[in-house]
Design a protein. Structure first.
Length: 344
């Protein structure tokens, strides 16, 4: 279904000597998996590659190694001047951070205005993503809303190129797939995701060993934080909404970072009767991050869109400029109103 776009992306890789692969801030398994898989493909095409992750590589990943150096700032690229910039899993042009947004807008590597080495290059931008409402900011857009993960698209691209989904490449694609489908249980899981997973297994993935590396890597601190958070979960809207708030004080008490909250919001759906899980994280006195989850029968992206956020029908997030308690009241009301008009 992507044959024309695949052909165009292949041509970019064939021509490019150096490629930059950027993904979104607070990289999740799909961001890491799809960047790693694409870096392996680029390496196979003979490209020198760097991966840009504004907030860095998560400390725990199941992959044995990243196939290319990871940078947080363009300054770290030194004299590495890319011919093409690939964006993976970025639902909009702001998602990879301000430096990458400027790169998208100007089609050049951002360096200070007065710099002598100002890099005026016709950088080709390739946008590979699976978010609905992706604004198609690339010169080439490989966007599949029906795909469960960006890694799914990258996996299909590898197959188009004739690369076997074995070893590190298979693991990288599989990591993105299982992250974004909740181990093939979320509403976005379709026959094609499972078929791709099956081909990766057929190519030799040790699924038990991979799952162990993927899941069994928690600190005791995270286990105890989640326990504390679960004790604080409350139900609203006649039990249709499970809500949990995380104060900065609690995070400081546990000495843990935001990545230790990764995946928690999905658990809120486990309570029987709950249709929407809402996690509110306090980032500052008037600044909260909201994460919303559903099973696909309630559009949480429509809720986060009210606050300028984005995501998918069953998983979305936004930043709200309010104190924690006020944000909670406001978002709960928004969800309750929508559940009512939804006929729930
Ligand atoms: Mn994704």
């Amino acid at each position: 279904m992507f044959d024309n776009a695949f052909k165009a992306v292949k041509e970019v890789l064939d021509k490019a000597g150096r490629v930059l692969i950027a993904t979104h801030v607070v990289a999740d398994g799909d961001a890491v998996g799809s960047s790693a898989a694409l870096a392996l493909i680029a390496r196979h095409s003979g490209c020198d590659t760097r991966i840009f992750m504004r907030t860095g590589l998560p400390s725990e990943i199941p992959l044995r190694a990243m196939p290319a150096p990871v940078v947080r700032y363009c300054a770290e690229l030194g004299d590495f001047i890319p011919d093409a910039a690939f964006f993976v899993d970025c639902g909009d042009r702001r998602r990879a951070g301000p430096e990458m947004e400027r790169l998208i807008l100007k089609r050049e590597l951002p360096v200070p205005e007065d710099s002598e080495e100002r890099r005026r290059l016709p950088l080709t931008v390739v946008n590979i993503d699976h978010h609905a409402a992706n604004p198609m900011f690339g010169d080439i857009n490989l966007v599949g809303e029906k795909c469960a993960a960006t890694a799914e698209i990258v996996g299909l691209f590898a197959e188009y190129l004739g690369l076997p989904l074995a070893g590190d490449l298979g693991e990288a694609v599989y990591y993105g797939l299982v992250t974004d489908t909740g181990n093939f249980t979320f509403a976005n899981t379709h026959a094609g995701s499972l078929a791709l997973g099956a081909r990766i297994l057929a190519a030799g993935l040790d699924v038990a060993d991979f799952s162990k590396r993927c899941d069994n890597n928690w600190s005791l601190g995270r286990m105890r934080l989640w326990g504390t958070l679960m004790r604080g979960v409350n139900l609203f809207a006649d039990g249709a909404v499970a809500c949990c708030t995380v104060s900065r004080r609690l995070m400081e008490e546990f000495g843990l970072g935001n990545e230790d909250l990764e995946g928690f919001a999905s658990w809120l759906r486990r309570v029987k009767g709950v249709r929407v899980g809402l996690l509110l994280r306090e980032d500052g006195p008037e600044n909260c991050k909201i994460s919303l989850r559903s099973m696909g029968d309630f559009d949480v992206r429509a809720v986060t869109a009210v606050y300028g956020g984005g995501g998918h029908v069953s998983a979305a997030g936004a930043t709200v400029r309010l104190p924690l308690a006020q944000a909670e009241t406001m978002v709960l009301k928004e969800i309750a109103d929508r559940l009512r008009t939804d006929g729930a």
